[in-house]
Design a binder for this molecule. Structure first.
Ligand code: NOJ
Length: 796
């Protein structure tokens, strides 16, 4: 069953049936102010931090899963009948509704009772305000008297207090109304204000939540809508604040009326300035166009045109969008993570920052610097950290009256016992990738502090060495890297046991570092780390092959994990894919391992993480054995490592298999079977329930997952084979043999490469000839800024 379709022209996903099997979300905001909203306008808004500067409230893990939201109610003033533009919360017949999720905006529409209405939510670039641009058209064939009401539930800034400490929160914030502006005052803060206003003179307002909803009613059937009037008190201290404005309209037959609500950062004065700026519909149209231009610019860095339409759509728009969202918002704002766990996960952020350097070098660089500052000088990263901890201390303006203990920076620096073995290794490769894309060799020389402030600041390059030296030191009895608190798999908790995946990841990081050192002319270092690489590769070769696949590691008692002799957890995806990506162990083992991966882990929806799933608790292996079979890390189709398998297949030259795996996971492939996948078809989800669970095929946790960035990276750099190098651009695809080729436009170091790949012999991999502007070349050189060059790559 399908619920909607991709509008490729507008880069929108159009939801025609808004009663989707799960809540389908979108992100709005590209700078300081950010909103997470679904297809029913449920969701919340925050300024910079979902945890510390929340603007509107959200009730996490509730039924329905979308309350409250930013709602516009319409009311027929002749009959008293009312509805919302976004279907929920009044839930009139679902056929009357549509929603469109676009790039950083969402549009809700309905045609009900002869009235067509639209509500567009977006945050203009350069402004700290969310606009609710509303259009109402009378299609009923007669003049109508229609009232419009807004409603949003305002929050305390700190959601920890807002969720739990009502004995305080209900008495330290209030609101007032004048000049058409509702001003919420977070009285406990210095300068804590939010505003809500509109481009019209309101006929009524309400600032207190329960006076709008009624004490025994809610946003589904608010008392205010039953009455048809808002009779707010102009000022009220304490309680729960809301943002409700009312306008009575007389709409002639066939006429459209446009109006706008504005929810923003700052006090009444700020509101007046914003209102003046966006009062004209023309200004709002321009702001929406500027937002579109912002995304077009990002999309322009790589445009692909292949025989796989779903892939084109995902790479040109949706996977890029998801990857950009991840690098910006990390994992802290969604309907699953509702904002209480702000911070950056070391490993997740390191990987996110590697995937969109071409479209967002500035943000990726900022992330890399934050990660480098959160590196402990012993060479491991702080697993979850707040980057603000390492910035100049800023006054928050909020002093908790009862709990005076401000955590000391030192207490945030955890010891090696809490370190994850993979965290910082990702960063080495991300730094290399940043320099490959930008050519900014100076970045390696930048001097930055370590997290433990007593350690001497050091260059980025030296930070990388610390990371590699840590992994070299932290090996177990077989010489394989120790698993520590966890490796990439949060639930594999091996402690002093060993992780095959991390040893392979170490090899990959070493390889990237050696190439970087060579590029920087540091031959001594390159040679020293080559020796470590060689030694590690030998240990892996000698210890980690099980006969038909690679082991996952060893428990601290030396018991191998992931062997043919295991009844459960026989085959694991991470170690097998990374063994191939790390290279050096030969295609024979690689192919055998990836064949086993398909045999044991393959499903129509992608590859499971391990199989058979664990049913017997074994704390030597880790928490994974305490997760129900088929869910999350215990045998689900964990999306994040699936692209590693595409890369492995591409390295092995098996383009048909890589593409088949790509198609299975690709969210758009499931657009017409949403009853199975349930989640939105425009975003990769963290996991899809595996074979060992009755909900097999159901996807969970959209957007905030490393699979966004990795899907992009793997498909672009390995299937299409377009990847940056320190001194050139590489085009080395591994595609399905039936393809005749494909085209792409790639911007690189300020030049534009118009690429044509030809596949006359219908093979998957192997470049026979490269023509640059019609001339035969061995490589594709870096061209001057502003230049265009034509590249023709023939496979053969
Ligand atoms: C989600 C976490 O955010 C990520 O860091 C981890 O690698 C995966 N789960 C797998 O455990």
């Amino acid at each position: 069953m399908r619920y909607g379709y991709f509008d490729n022209e507008k880069h929108e996903y159009v939801i025609e049936k808004v009663d989707t099997p799960m809540s389908w979300t979108n992100y709005i905001g590209t700078e300081n102010m950010v909103g997470v909203f679904n297809q029913t306008a449920g969701g919340y808004l925050f300024y910079k931090s979902a945890e510390h500067h929340r603007i509107t409230r959200f009730r996490g893990n509730a039924v329905p899963a979308d309350r409250p939201g930013h709602y516009v109610y319409l009311r027929d003033d002749e009959t008293g009948h009312y509805w919302t533009i976004s279907w929920q919360p009044t839930a009139k017949p679902v056929e009357c509704y549509k929603a469109r999720h676009g790039l950083s905006y969402s549009v809700y529409s309905c045609e009900y009772s002869g009235i067509y209405a639209e509500q567009t939510l977006f945050i203009p670039r350069g402004a700290d305000v969310e606009l609710w641009d509303v259009k109402i058209e009378n299609r009923s064939g007669r003049p109508r008297r229609i009232s419009v009401f807004s409603y949003a539930e305002l929050s305390w800034h700190q959601i920890d207090g807002d969720n739990k400490n009502f004995q305080c929160t209900l008495y330290c914030a209030g609101a007032s109304y004048s000049d058409g502006v509702i001003e919420q005052e977070l009285h406990y803060e210095e300068n804590g204000y939010q505003f809500f206003t509109a481009d019209f003179e309101p006929d009524g307002f309400e600032i207190e939540r329960e006076r709008f909803t009624g004490v025994w009613q809610n946003e589904n059937n608010p008392e205010a809508l039953e009455k048809g009037e808002l009779e707010g008190r102009t000022s009220w201290q304490g309680g729960n604040q809301c943002a409700a404005l009312h306008k009575k309209l007389s709409i002639p037959e066939g006429k459209e009326i446009r109006l706008c609500f504005m929810l923003g950062e700052g006090n009444r004065k700020a509101a007046l300035a914003i209102r003046a700026k966006f009062a004209h519909a023309h200004a709002r149209d321009e702001a929406l166009a500027a937002l579109a231009a912002y995304w077009r610019e990002k999309q322009s860095h790589l445009r692909v045109n292949t025989p796989n339409a779903a892939m084109n759509n995902m790479l040109n728009t949706w996977t890029l969008y998801q990857s950009e969202i991840n690098v910006k918002f990390s994992r802290f704002a969604s309907f699953i993570e509702t904002g209480g766990r702000t911070g950056l996960g070391y490993r997740d952020t390191s990987q996110d920052a590697m995937c969109v350097v071409h479209s967002n070098p500035r943000k990726c660089r900022e992330r890399l610097i934050q990660l480098l500052k959160a590196l402990v000088s012993k060479g491991y990263g702080l697993h979850l950290f707040d980057p603000e901890l390492f910035e100049e201390k800023k006054e928050t303006g909020y002093k908790n009256p009862t709990i005076g203990v401000v955590p000391d920076k030192k207490s945030m620096i955890h010891g090696v016992e809490d370190a994850c073995s993979d965290d910082a290794l990702w960063l080495v490769s991300s730094i290399a990738e940043y320099i490959r894309e930008t050519g900014d060799a100076g970045f390696a020389k930048m001097v930055l502090p370590y997290a433990d402030a007593e350690a001497e600041p050091d260059s980025v390059y030296e930070h990388c060495k610390k990371i590699l030296n840590f992994s070299q030191r932290m090996t177990g009895s077989h010489g394989v890297c120790q698993g520590l608190r966890a490796d990439w798999n949060d639930c594999l908790n091996l402690g002093g046991g060993e992780s095959a995946m991390v040893s392979y990841l170490f090899l990959w990081a070493l390889d990237n570092f050696i190439k970087l050192a060579q590029f920087l002319g540091k031959t001594k270092d390159a040679d020293a780390y080559k020796a470590i690489h060689k030694k590690t590769a030998k240990v892996c070769h000698d210890t980690l092959w099980d006969g038909k696949w690679y082991l996952r590691g060893f428990t601290k008692t030396g018991r191998p994990i992931g062997t043919d002799a295991d009844a459960e957890g026989k085959v694991h995806l991470e170690s097998n894919t990374w063994a191939v990506i790390a290279g050096g162990d030969g295609p024979e083992r690689g192919m055998r391992a990836m064949d086993s991966v398909e045999e044991y882990l393959g499903t129509p929806y992608g590859l499971m993480l391990n199989a058979p799933a664990y049913t017997v608790i074994d704390d030597d292996v880790g928490f994974v054995t305490r997760v129900y079979p088929g869910l999350k890390e215990n045998g689900a189709i964990f999306s994040h490592p699936n692209p590693w398998a595409w890369i492995a297949e591409c390295i092995l030259g098996r383009g048909d298999r890589a593409m088949d795996l790509y198609n299975r996971l690709c969210p758009a492939s499931w657009n017409d079977k949403c009853e199975v996948r349930k989640a939105e078809p425009y975003s990769t989800c963290q996991f899809i329930t595996g074979k060992n669970h009755p909900a097999f095929g159901e996807a969970h946790h959209p957007f905030m997952t490393g699979s966004g960035g990795w899907s992009y990276f793997a498909a672009v750099q390995y299937i299409l084979g377009i990847r940056p190098d320190f001194d050139k651009l590489i085009v080395d695809p591994c595609i399905p043999a039936e393809w005749d080729g494909f085209n792409a436009v790639r911007c690189f170091r300020g030049g534009e490469y118009r690429i044509t790949v030809l596949n006359p012999k219908h093979i998957s991999k192997g470049v026979a000839e490269i023509l640059v502007n019609g001339k035969k070349c061995d490589i594709i050189p870096v061209i001057n800024k502003g230049q265009i060059c034509h590249v023709e790559v023939t496979l053969g």
